[in-house]
Design a protein around this ligand. Structure first.
Ligand code: SF4
Length: 310
């Protein structure tokens, strides 16, 4: 079904959102950050330029068709293969979705552009906003998230604080933990201080359970994540997908197509995405599933993460 649409994928099972219909509104790796743990590979060409990177009229047309046909999603998730708030017509999309369906809408964002009033206004109609915070100080932020030069951790945090003041929906903050970088007691205490300022409704802890842009991104154990959740307080819970939430039977057909492509030659996520006309997020899910079955392995060249069949 995902192959019928250019900007929609799913609904796919999501641990946090149930059945989530993804809406992709930025091209591959158009982002304000270049996180070391990014599943889409590395792109040092970060940007803070808002633009209509993908035609929102086209996205609305696809969504409208999907909703008319009947869509049994628990959430419509606006995300992308980069940072969705970079699409300058995000607000237009939100308003259109709210008119066409009662399915709640969530925005999966890195949170870096909430210092801008127009981004806060664009996100106001969402039901859930899911931003990220991975560091307690500027140096760690630069090490893990490798932001555009005009983005700082203070800008990120104060932007989210401003948004919190007026936003009536839920804010679920994700903290991605990387061994040796943001898991020591000092970092956790600082992250906790920033979380208290932002006052999210929930805090979700994640770690590198899937292939990452850089090597040496150390996965944190489930028990360490649980211990950190206790330190961060009642709103914190572990959402890292250690056991895989995928349902193989649902993904089988396209996973086989991904596998046969890799049998012909090694590919990056974007190669597979372009070759099979499916969104990168879905490619990553298939690759994770194939890796768990021991059929595929990943390796790095200078800037690109490749996958090959075993
Ligand atoms: S993980 Fe998200 S925020 Fe970080 S570089 Fe990748 S797309 Fe951007």
């Amino acid at each position: 079904m995902s192959q019928d649409y250019k900007y929609l994928y799913g609904p796919v099972p999501s641990r946090r959102l149930g059945r989530s219909l993804g809406v992709d509104i930025v091209p591959h790796k158009i982002c304000t950050l270049n996180c070391i743990y990014c599943q889409l590979g590395s792109n040092p060409q970060t940007t803070i330029e808002r633009s209509e990177y993908i035609s929102i009229a086209d996205v609305i047309a696809e969504l409208s068709e999907k909703v008319k046909k009947g869509c049994d999603a628990d959430y419509i998730t606006i995300a992308g293969s980069g940072e969705p708030t970079l699409n300058s017509e995000l607000g237009t999309l939100l308003k259109a979705v709210k008119k066409m369906t009662e399915i709640p809408v969530t925005i999966l964002t890195n949170g870096t552009l909430f210092y801008r009033e127009d981004v806060r206004a664009d996100c106001a109609d969402a039901d859930v906003v899911m931003p990220s915070l991975d560091a307690g100080d500027e140096q760690t932020f630069r090490t893990i998230n490798r932001p555009h030069n005009d983005i700082s951790i203070e800008k990120l945090v104060s932007g989210l604080c401003e948004f919190r003041k007026t936003f009536s929906g839920q804010i679920w903050l994700e903290v991605f933990l990387v061994g040796k970088l943001n898991t020591n007691a000092k970092q956790i205490a600082r992250i906790k201080g920033l979380i208290e300022r932002i006052a999210p409704d929930k805090v979700h802890l994640n770690t590198a359970v899937r292939p990452t842009a850089e090597l040496n991104v150390a996965k944190v154990t489930r028990s360490s994540l649980r211990a950190i959740a206790v330190q961060l307080g009642d709103s914190a819970e572990v959402i890292a997908d250690f056991s895989s939430i995928e349902q193989p039977e649902q993904l089988e057909i396209t996973a086989e197509q991904v596998f046969s492509m890799l049998k012909r030659r090694p590919c990056s996520v974007s190669d597979i995405s372009a070759g099979l006309a499916i969104p990168p997020n879905l490619v990553i899910k298939h690759l994770t599933h194939l890796q768990q079955r021991g059929l595929v392995e990943s390796y790095h060249t200078e800037q690109t993460l490749f996958f090959r069949a075993l």
